[in-house]
Design a protein around this ligand. Structure first.
Ligand code: ATP
Ligand code: MG
Length: 317
């Protein structure tokens, strides 16, 4: 039984995509968008779609890119009262083009946009004071002042018996000494860790899976859920057997947002008391369903949609 909303803090963006596969943006291209985006926004939208109580602290500009995001989140049931609308900065944006090798080229406007200007308003404080869970994304630490805001929010939520999840969401090449220290500090505050692929090893600073899981459990983490793309996901917990859940077989149209939909679904299931094996299955379904739609937030799912998807989609095992 959940106590108080799940909240996220971080970037809201629009995503604008090239309609053709290729390298970069060096000549005129056909583009499609704007689509609502930003990892924490996708996450919290998926929590709300599943009927979970959900709120977000973020900033957008006073422009259509901001309005389309707020309207989407509101329509899907997210508490948008702590999203600030700034008059002096535009809404953040990401232009993306997929390369033939499966990689992506980006043009970002985040750091100097509203997305990079988080403000702890009275409304944000009020949301934190009601929250029962906070989900933190590694990517959000690019925002100045994020560390202090997250620290305050965690302390408040913990003081009422709430919990913390963390998606480290970091690439090894981008891991500075400073972010390493931050990640270590957060790992000691985390109840549920949601790494993908080698992030598990990076987070632990250890080269094999079993030792990495044990080292992270020793920090006080109670559940680790490892995302493995189309191969599915695995669950680890102290004193419990590992659970592996095969991925669903789908045609991948747009991979962006899979990890966020997965994490939001797993967390929401667990907050509702659903056991880990079933939560993994719902989460795999949410990730797989999201990649079949173009646009990072266009494939978010209700419980009913996930049940239909699970009943009708083969898995890799
Ligand atoms: P992102 O690419 O959004 O950062 P991530 O790397 O955090 O995501 P992934 O492992 O790519 O996480 O995806 C999360 C989950 O979504 C997977 O564990 C899987 O269940 C599902 N998923 C992702 N891609 C596919 C796919 N191509 N086919 C089937 N399921 C998928
Ligand atoms: Mg991925």
């Amino acid at each position: 039984e959940e106590r108080g909303p799940t909240i996220t803090i971080g970037e809201i963006l629009v995503e604008i995509m090239a309609t053709t596969v290729g390298d970069g943006f060096l000549e005129p291209l056909s583009l499609i968008g704007p689509y609502p985006s930003g990892a924490p926004a996708i996450f919290i939208d998926q929590v709300a779609r599943m009927g979970g109580s959900a709120g977000m602290i973020a900033s957008v500009g006073n422009d259509d890119f901001g309005r389309l995001n707020i309207e989407r989140l509101r329509k899907d049931g997210v508490d948008v009262s702590a999203i600030s609308v700034l008059d002096d900065k535009p809404t953040g944006s990401a232009f993306v083009r997929y390369r033939a090798d499966g990689g992506r080229d980006f043009v970002f406007n985040i750091a100097r946009s509203a997305a990079g200007d988080l403000r702890i308003t009275d409304r944000a404080e009020a949301l934190i004071e009601r929250a029962g869970h906070i989900h933190i994304m590694g990517s959000a630490f690019a925002i100045p002042g994020m560390e202090a805001i997250v620290g305050t929010a965690i302390a408040s939520i913990r003081s009422r018996g709430g919990s913390v999840s963390f998606d480290p969401n970091v690439r090894k090449e981008l891991l500075s000494e400073e972010s390493r220290v931050l990640i270590d500090r957060l790992l000691h505050e985390t109840d549920l860790l949601l790494p993908s692929g080698e992030e598990l090893l990076i987070a632990a600073g250890i080269d094999d899976e079993v030792s990495a899981v044990n080292a992270l459990m020793a920090f006080g983490i109670s559940e680790i859920v490892l995302k493995n793309g189309k191969a599915g996901s695995s669950y680890f917990a102290r004193g419990a057997a590992r659970v592996d859940c095969p991925g669903f077989i789908v045609e991948e149209i747009d991979p962006t947002g899979a990890g966020d939909c997965f994490g939001a679904t797993y967390l929401t299931c667990r907050r509702l008391g659903i056991e880990p094996a079933r939560a993994l299955q719902f989460a795999n379904a949410a990730g797989a369903r999201n990649v079949t739609r173009r646009g990072p937030m266009e494939g978010v799912s209700t419980f009913a949609e996930l049940e239909t998807f699970i009943a009708n989609t083969p898995t890799g095992a």
